[in-house]
Design a protein around this ligand. Structure first.
Ligand code: MBD
Ligand code: FE
Length: 282
């Protein structure tokens, strides 16, 4: 990002996600023309139906037109799509999974975060605020066999709700890391509890939220990608019990199986939590 001001400006987070997404290779689908035609026709027809059923006016049509133009100009398409659409894509893609439930990736994943090993702290500032959290677990296949060397990538917001590389003033890899499970498939991640996350209110997504009278919150969450050779990549998020927004996440990405059960740490310093991952075959 090019911004230099220290105040994390939320709208920049949305725009940063556009640049990162466009850099990613592979955003190409081999969809045959018949299927493109059918899908596009049905989406367009669904919009026509809404216009007819609700008597949408020219003023409303023009307001939507300028809003759509602004979503692009703000760079907020990844934010919009990941908040309001991705959860259904994930539901369809992973309906056959017998192992862990997954959920959406969201706009702020960055590949190739520093490799920590099987256990250790995430990169963080010396005075990183937030409740210390030690998160350990095991990665297994559907038959219960440990998966040594499984890759556990984790990224999350800090105790103020900001993601490194998408908010200014944070070290590049703050609270992002790659763990490699030990011979027993086990890992242990030392970090801090993230804060609930408010999606940017000062861009086009924020405009939609306030025009509709919605709230802009996601519950506090850890993002993960867990993978091993021959296994389906699991993209997940983990949540904390009692969060005010577990039941009304703006991104509809909470599932009961993804809520952690943290306990006070034995040494009285923060919390520990155990959560295992079971991966489906490819
Ligand atoms: C996030 O941190 C997030 O996880 C999603 C899905 C959308 C916006 C911000
Ligand atoms: Fe997130």
């Amino acid at each position: 990002m090019t911004t230099t001001e220290f105040d994390a400006k939320a709208a920049d987070s949305g725009a940063g996600a556009t640049a990162a997404f466009l850099k990613k290779q592979g955003a190409v689908a081999d969809t045959p023309p018949e299927r493109v035609s059918q899908l596009a026709t049905e989406v367009i027809t669904a919009v026509h139906d809404v216009i007819r059923r609700h008597g949408v006016t020219y003023a409303e049509y023009d307001a939507v037109k300028s809003w759509l133009i602004n979503v692009g100009q703000d760079g907020e398409w990844p934010l919009f799509l990941d908040v309001w659409i991705e959860h259904v894509v994930e539901e369809v893609a992973n309906a056959h999974h017998q192992g862990n439930k997954g959920t959406i990736e969201g706009p702020y994943y960055v590949p190739d975060a520093p490799v920590i090993g099987a256990r250790g702290p995430l990169p963080m500032r010396e005075d990183e605020s937030g409740t210390p959290l030690v998160f350990s677990g095991q990665v297994r296949d559907l038959d219960g066999n440990a998966l040594p060397g499984a890759k556990v990538e984790i990224w999350h917001a800090d105790a103020n709700g900001f993601y490194s590389q998408y908010a200014p003033g944070l070290p590049e890899w703050n609270l992002r890391g790659t763990f490699l499970a030990d011979d027993d498939g086990r890992f242990e991640i030392t970090t801090v509890r993230p804060a609930p996350y408010q999606i940017p209110t000062d861009g086009s997504c924020g405009k939609l939220i306030s025009a509709a009278g919605w709230h802009a919150w996601r519950p506090a969450h850890l993002h993960l990608k867990v993978s091993a050779p021959g296994k389906d990549l699991l993209t997940a998020q983990l949540y904390f019990p009692g969060d005010a927004h577990n039941d009304d996440d703006i991104a509809s990405a909470v599932k009961p199986e993804l809520v952690l059960d943290p306990r006070p740490a034995a040494d009285g310093n923060g919390e520990t939590v155990v959560y295992d991952f079971v991966l489906d075959p490819e």
